[in-house]
Design a protein around this ligand. Structure first.
Ligand SMILES: O=C(O)CCC(=O)C(=O)O
Length: 277
């Protein structure tokens, strides 16, 4: 079945209407997957109606699911689902509040970083709570040939304990158990064959073989370059969107600007990918 697809921004992103992820047959799933790869990293399925079981089953069609290291935010009975929310129940958080309020690529601190994350918007505030995505293929392509040569053979360390000093300060015991991983600064996407920058402010602690000041300066330059508005799509959530982002060629940033405005409750699954090469 051909899908009806609309590009959401020149930078990246596309939306598909009229498909039901919960009941998609194999041909529909293949078409969704093809459009996801063609979207440069963000595909939005509108108007979904997914039980946790359906969300998990749809996600498993991409590959093996990961159980998030922050166990307190997992959906009871469904360890594959990580909850992102500003809501509380009986005084306890219903999900991680202010999750991802920094540029990052999911699980880049793991040996096999995430392939795709699938975030389902179950409650959204009337305004605010957008998620920004940046296209790391475009960021790489726009570098000068000399810079591409300079960074081509470099590797960087991604470390959740590094993040623990900042955004994860309240989660220290859990995140400091996670070992660090080393990846190329430029990776080749295993499915599209395109090159993408693969460093992010959230989890990349340093570039291997550079002095600390050199590493900080180069990473700062690459982060500033990658997050230029021209490379960004800002997703304004509609109720029951299922947003699927490719962590191999994008970074994302969740904007925490809705406290006192409304409640936001989301379910996320994460599919493991290959080692970055
Ligand atoms: O809440 C969002 O929009 C995204 C949260 C996030 O960054 C994540 O789940 O990795």
């Amino acid at each position: 079945m051909p899908l009806t697809v609309h590009r959401l921004s020149p930078a990246l992103g596309a939306e598909v209407a009229g498909v039901d992820a919960g009941t998609a047959d194999a041909a529909t799933f293949d078409a969704i997957r093809k459009e996801w790869l063609a979207s440069d990293g963000v595909l939005v399925l509108r108007n979904q109606s997914l039980t946790p079981e359906q969300h998990i089953a749809f996600s498993r069609r991409f590959g093996q699911l990961e159980t998030h290291v922050l166990a307190t935010y997992l959906l009871p009975g469904f360890p594959e689902i990580y909850r992102v929310s500003n809501k509380t129940e009986g005084g306890k958080p219903m999900g991680r509040a202010r999750a991802g309020t920094y540029w990052h690529s999911d699980l880049s601190y793991m040996q096999k970083p995430a392939m795709v994350s699938l975030l389902y918007g179950i409650e959204i505030p009337p305004i605010g709570g957008d998620t920004m995505f940046c296209n790391m293929y475009a960021a790489y392509d726009a570098l000068s040939p000399t810079m591409k040569t300079m960074i081509g053979g470099l590797r960087a360390v991604h470390d959740l304990a590094f993040a623990a000093r900042g955004v994860f300060a309240n989660e220290r015991p859990a995140v400091e158990r996670a070992p660090a991983a080393e990846h190329p600064v430029v990776r080749t996407h295993p499915e599209t064959g395109r090159k993408a920058l693969f460093v992010n402010p959230g989890f990349t602690s340093h570039i291997v073989g550079l002095a600390p000041a050199e590493s900080a300066a180069l990473l700062g330059l690459l982060f500033q370059h990658a997050t230029q508005p021209e490379f960004i799509y800002r997703h304004r959530w509609l109720l029951h969107d299922l947003v699927m982002w490719d962590n191999r060629c994008t970074m994302h940033y969740a904007i925490a600007d809705y406290e006192g405005i409304g409640e936001r409750y989301m379910h996320r699954t994460t599919v493991l990918g290959d080692e970055a090469r």
